[in-house]
Write a protein that binds this ligand. Structure first.
Ligand SMILES: *Cc1c(COP(=O)(O)O)cnc(C)c1O
Length: 228
C-alpha cells in the first residue's frame, strides 16, 4: 500500500476513534514518524498533505529536513529521540518542538542553545511512568523539579508531556500509564503558569487507548511508512 493510502487510512481511523470517545477530531494531530525512512517517502507523504514529521536522530534527520523543506517550506519537524546535549544547537535550529526533555541537563543545554540563537524553544517533558531504567523520560518524583527548572529558564516554553509506555502487544495493559499521563496533563494545563496544550502519546499499535485517555498528538510511524 502507498504512503498516501496509508496516511489517508490513519487519518480516517484517528477521526473515527476521536468521535467514538467524544473527542473533537481536530484536537488530535498526527505526527508522521519518518525515522529510518528516506526523504523520498517524506515527500510522498507531503504530496498528500502531511506537514508534521517526527525524527529521532539528529544526524539522520538534518539532510532529510533540508530536502523536504526545500520542496515544502511549511513542513514542520519534531524531535522525539534521545537528547544529546552536544547536539542542542542543531536541535534548536531544526526542530519546532522537542518531545523528549527528561533532565535538568538537557533542559539547560537546550535553553542555552535557544538563547544563543534568539529562539523560544517549545518543548515537552518525556514521562517514564513505568520506571523503565533503560528508557528515557523523567520518573514521576522528578517531574516537579524539572518543571520548576524549566519555568525559570527564559528560552524554553513548556507545551506539555510525552509518554512512551512499556512495549506490550496488548495496549490495554498500558492503560494505567496513559491514564496517569492524561491526569498529569490536565493538572498542569489548569495551572495558569503555563500554556500546556499538547499530550503526545499513542503509536501505531496503541493510539486508540492513548486517544481514549486524552492524547492530543499521536506519533505514527509504521502504519504510515511501513515497517522499519
Ligand atoms: C519510532 C517511534 C514512534 C513510532 O512508532 P510506530 O510504532 O512505528 O508507529 C513513536 N514515538 C517514538 C518516540 C518513536 O521513537
Amino acid at each position: 500500500m502507498s504512503v498516501a493510502e496509508n496516511y489517508r487510512r490513519t487519518a480516517e481511523d484517528v477521526e473515527r476513534i476521536a468521535l467514538k470517545y467524544g473527542r473533537k477530531p481536530d484536537e488530535i494531530s498526527i505526527l508522521a514518524v519518518s525515522k529510518t525512512h528516506p526523504a523520498d517517502k517524506m515527500l510522498e507523504a507531503a504530496s498528500c498533505g502531511v506537514r508534521l514529521f517526527g525524527e529521532s536522530r539528529v544526524q539522520e534527520a538534518l539532510p532529510k529536513i533540508e530536502i523536504v523543506k526545500a520542496a515544502y517550506p511549511d513542513a514542520i519537524f519534531h524531535f522525539i529521540g534521545k537528547i544529546q546535549t552536544n547536539k542542542a544547537k542543531k536541535l534548536v535550529e531544526y526542530f519546532s518542538l522537542i518531545h523528549s526533555v527528561d533532565s535538568l541537563r538537557a533542559a539547560e543545554a537546550l535553553n542555552g542553545a535557544a538563547e544563543a540563537c534568539g529562539k523560544i524553544q517549545d518543548i515537552l517533558i518525556q514521562l517514564n511512568l513505568a520506571r523503565e531504567p533503560q528508557k528515557g523520560g523523567v520518573y514521576y518524583e522528578g517531574l516537579e523539579e524539572l518543571i520548576c527548572f524549566i519555568k525559570k529558564t527564559h528560552n524554553l516554553k513548556l507545551r506539555g508531556f510525552m509518554l512512551i509506555p512499556p512495549f506490550e502487544n496488548e495496549p490495554e495493559y498500558n492503560r494505567a500509564y496513559f491514564k496517569s499521563a492524561g491526569e498529569i496533563y490536565k493538572k498542569f494545563k489548569k495551572d495558569g503558569n503555563f500554556n500546556i496544550d499538547i499530550l503526545s502519546m499513542g503509536m501505531s499499535g496503541d493510539y486508540e487507548t492513548a486517544i481514549s485517555e486524552g492524547s492530543t498528538m499521536v506519533r505514527i510511524g509504521t502504519m504510515i511508512f511501513g515497517s522499519r
